[in-house]
Design a protein around this ligand. Structure first.
Ligand SMILES: *Cc1c(COP(=O)(O)O)cnc(C)c1O
Length: 351
């Protein structure tokens, strides 16, 4: 697997152009969406802040000398943790009333910059509006708290016409009007593309930074993005088989003519989706060939047709010219899952 740092830098610039007046919190959770969190963080040195999930990610980033503010999106913490976060410019997200106990013991000299997460219709993490009002009035001006910001998350930003989007935005802005928040943030990647007018103070792009289109039915190319990950392997065997030959487990596929098939050293144990159907494109020497038969643990098979190919040739399972969005869609999943699913046995080469 190849990770191209210059593509990540390029994509960050594209997001800046979409929302030139907003701060940018680069989301590098899940090991930088499978690209390595450290690599992503260093390529994203022009972001304003980072977001990860928990304290272990923070340790890794601070251990690398990264000193930007880091938001922890779904932290669990006690009072000691909070006092340390303040000193280390780590911003906790408050999403549950149960977290207030830890906050009440905060060192008064702490200068914590916190986020309130409000559930406006995602139905996941976040305080409901009434609780959020209560917590906001309690925390604004609380000793040890330097600032309170507020965020919400859209459930359907990848479907801009969905009526819940504007409903959520309106509800959040109405809530926020009643308090003196430092920053407001609504948009993930899909929201940043579809609702740039509502970028407010800060956007929270993730997947788009890695060159993936966050909008259904919109290609990365049409958004001028460059995929940062190229998932590669090689042909390890080529052979001729007669018409009717079954291919792979369950003999679910049979050749409809005498064919040259290629076997590729990649399977679901590497992170290639097991549900990729026959016909999923694989790029070999600039030509697309179809996957045939079932994906197995270490191997997949393709019909080479009449393309020129030799054992040892490189194949591109996804990357430039073979969009991961298409592979994901054919496999009944989303690009996010494929990015995060590359396993440790796959060698990472950073360029
Ligand atoms: C993961 C996450 C994001 C980034 O989402 P993308 O769809 O990858 O842009 C933004 N905000 C929150 C709260 C998240 O959990």
């Amino acid at each position: 697997m190849l990770i191209d740092r210059s593509a990540i830098k390029h994509n960050l610039q594209k997001v800046r152009e979409l929302v030139p007046n907003a701060q940018l919190m680069a989301v590098i959770k899940a090991d930088g969406y499978g690209h390595s969190m450290e690599v992503a963080a260093s390529a994203l040195d022009r972001a304003d802040e980072f977001a990860v999930t928990g304290l272990d990610d923070v340790e890794r980033l601070r251990g690398q000398g990264i000193d930007k503010p880091i938001t922890m999106l779904s932290p669990t913490f006690n009072t000691d943790d909070l006092n340390q976060m303040s000193a280390r410019r780590v911003r906790p997200v408050i999403y549950d009333l149960g977290q207030l106990d830890a906050l009440s013991g905060l060192d008064p000299s702490a200068e914590l910059d916190i986020w309130l997460k409000v559930d406006t219709g995602m139905g996941r993490l976040g305080l409901c509006i009434e609780d959020a009002h209560l917590v906001a009035s309690r925390l604004l001006g609380h000793s040890g708290i330097n600032s309170v910001s507020a965020m919400t998350h859209l459930a359907n930003a990848d479907d801009p016409e969905h009526p819940s989007n504007l409903r959520q935005i309106k509800q959040f802005l109405k809530f926020a009007e009643e308090h003196d928040f430092k920053q407001l943030s609504i948009m993930n990647s899909a929201g940043t593309v579809a609702f740039s007018d509502h970028a407010k103070d800060l956007v929270r792009p993730g997947v788009i930074l890695y060159g993936i289109s966050p909008q259904r039915g919109m290609s990365a190319m049409s958004l001028n993005l460059r995929p940062a990950m190229t998932f590669k392997s090689e042909l390890i065997s080529i052979k001729r088989l007669p018409v009717g030959s079954p291919i792979g487990y369950g003999s679910r596929y049979a050749l409809d003519s005498d064919s040259t098939i290629g076997i590729i050293a990649c399977g679901y144990a590497d992170g290639y989706p097991r549900h990729a159907p026959s016909g999923t494109p694989v790029l070999i020497n600039g030509m697309y060939v179809p996957l045939i038969g079932r994906v197995s643990m270490d191997l997949i098979t393709v019909d080479l047709g009449d393309i020129k190919a030799d054992v040892g040739d490189q194949v591109i399972l996804w990357g430039d010219d073979n969009p991961i969005e298409d592979i994901a869609e054919m496999s009944g999943t989303i690009a996010y899952e494929l990015l995060c699913g590359i396993t440790t046995r796959v060698e990472r080469i950073v360029i």
